[in-house]
Every structure is written in C-alpha cells, then in structure tokens.
Write a protein that binds this ligand. Structure first.
Ligand code: NAP
Length: 253
C-alpha cells in the first residue's frame, strides 16, 4: 500500500556526501532509505538510525542485483513508492597513478560502480519511482567528467563520470514519458575519503549550501521543476559559470 510519506533512496549513504544528504533529508521530513555495504563502515549511519525513525539503513551494493531486489522489497513494503533516487555511491580506482600505470581493472571497476550502479539502481527502482509524487533521479556526477576541463589525472574516474553524464541524458529521454526528471549534480570538491583533506568544502557545506562563497546546495537543488527537462550538468559552486547559469534556468528558484 502507498503511504503518504516522502521517500528517498541514497546509495553510498554510510559515509561522505551520501551520509550528509541522508541526514539533511531526514531532517527535512523525508523517510530516507540509506544504502550501506558493510555495517563496520556504517557506524555513524546506524547511530543516526533508531528503529522506526526516518533513516532506514538498507544493505545495498549497487552492483549486486540480489541487493537491489531486497531494496525494492524493503521500500515497497514500508512505503509503496519512491519519490527521489539519489545515486551517490562512487569509487576512484587508480587515483594516484599516471595514465601509463593504469590497469584495465581500474577502468572496468570504475565503470561498473559509477555507471553500472546508477543504471541498475534506476532500472530496479523505476516501478516505485512511477508511483512517487516527486519523480526525480539524481546522479551525483563530477566536473571531472568534463572533457573540456580535464587536466589529465584520475583517468578511469573521469572516463566513468563522462559516461555517467551520457547515461543521465539517455535516462532522462527514456523516462520523460513517465514524468520522471533525471539530472546530474556536481557536489563541489568536498572533504571526504574520496575528496581528501585539501578540498575546500565540508560535507555539510556541500549538501546545505553554506560554503564560502555560498554554494548551491545539493539538497536545495533537488527542488528541480518537476516538468521533465532532459539532462543538465550542474555545478553547485558560484564559480562554475555557465553551468550554474543553466542550473538557475532549470531550477526556477
Ligand atoms: N568528494 C568530492 O570532492 C566529490 C566531487 C565530485 C563528485 N563526487 C561524487 O560524490 C559521490 C560521493 O562521493 P564521496 O566523496 O562521498 O565518496 P566517499 O566518501 O569515498 O564515499 C563513497 C561511498 O560510495 C560507497 N560505495 C562505493 N562502491 C559502492 C558499491 N559498489 N555499492 C554501494 N556503495 C558503494 C561507499 O561505501 P563503502 O563505505 O562500503 O565503501 C561510500 O559510502 C561519488 O559519486 C563521487 O564521485 C565527490
């Protein structure tokens, strides 16, 4: 049965940006299905998830179809619909090496998780998204997927995020008839295990937009117009120029 609650699933919600979005959205009244892989790496998530609270940890490796089936069952039995899917889980294999030191595995792993993960999660959750009111799929991409802006490092990651952008556009086309909006959001450079200690933004600043200069927050950006609009590559920082302009056009804020 379909409940009245507002629901979101976030992959990779046990740490980093995914956890930040999960906590903020729970505070905004959403029921948050929060993906994690290993309980040992999800201590903070479980601390914030008392039984019957708005944060529901769900064991989901986005490359495992059995996990995704379990996720669908969990959301279907608790809420009967999904308003927003946020594909945040991501990896950056071979990050320290130059292009000559990379292996095929670095490319296949980053592709399977960063592109295959969002593809599979969206496919599995589509029936529940069709039942949702907000009807949004948000792929956490990166400006590092920009061909124009590449500086030549972290190649498998860049290749996978460029591919994710292409996937995002094609999902947007495919799901437009159902009124589902599919977008890619860039969170800024953020201090997480992936972003490292030099990054200018804390997780909180990225997800709620309190950075200096004030960023356009990830979670605020979810207030996208519900009209299907195709793909937008979104820079959330004020310094992202034309991309931020395009975002403003689309946000209607
Ligand atoms: N940090 C930045 O500066 C930055 C900038 C641009 C874009 N992004 C993007 O933002 C997203 C979140 O990044 P982050 O900085 O928060 O990274 P992070 O701190 O390294 O966290 C990565 C998350 O992804 C999860 N994950 C990895 N592989 C998975 C899989 N197969 N199935 C399910 N979950 C998986 C990890 O779970 P485990 O704990 O189990 O490993 C973890 O929860 C990523 O898509 C990243 O590319 C980050």
């Amino acid at each position: 049965m379909r409940s009245e609650e507002r629901t979101v699933f976030i992959s990779g919600a046990n740490r980093g940006i995914g956890l930040g979005m999960a906590l903020l959205m729970a505070g905004k009244g959403y029921t948050v299905f929060a993906g994690y892989r290993e309980e040992a790496r999800a201590e903070r998530l479980f601390q914030k998830a008392p039984e019957d609270g708005p944060v529901v940890p769900v064991k989901v490796d986005v490359t495992r179809q059995t996990d995704l089936r379990g996720l669908v069952d969990t959301i279907a039995s608790r809420a009967g619909h999904l308003d927003i899917l946020i594909n945040s889980a991501g990896i950056n294999p071979g990050k320290a090496g130059g292009i000559d030191s990379l292996s095929l595995k670095d490319f296949t792993e980053s592709f399977v998780v960063n592109v295959g993960g969002p593809f599979l999660a969206t496919r599995y959750l589509l029936p529940l998204l069709k039942e949702g009111r907000e009807k949004k799929v948000v792929n956490i991409t990166s400006v590092m997927g920009s061909i124009q802006l590449s500086t030549g490092d972290m190649v498998p990651y860049r290749v996978s995020k460029a591919a994710l952008n292409m996937l995002t556009k094609n999902l947007a086309i495919a799901y437009q008839p159902y009124g589902i909006t599919v977008v890619g959001l860039h969170p800024g450079w953020v201090r997480t295990d992936m972003g490292g200690p030099e990054a200018p933004l804390s997780v909180e600043e990225s997800v709620n937009g309190s950075g200096d200069p004030p960023g356009r927050a990830l979670v605020q950006s979810l207030r996208l117009r519900t009209r299907p609009m195709g793909w937008v590559s979104i820079g959330l920082r004020g310094d992202d120029g034309p991309q931020a302009e395009r975002l403003r056009d689309h946000l209607g804020t």
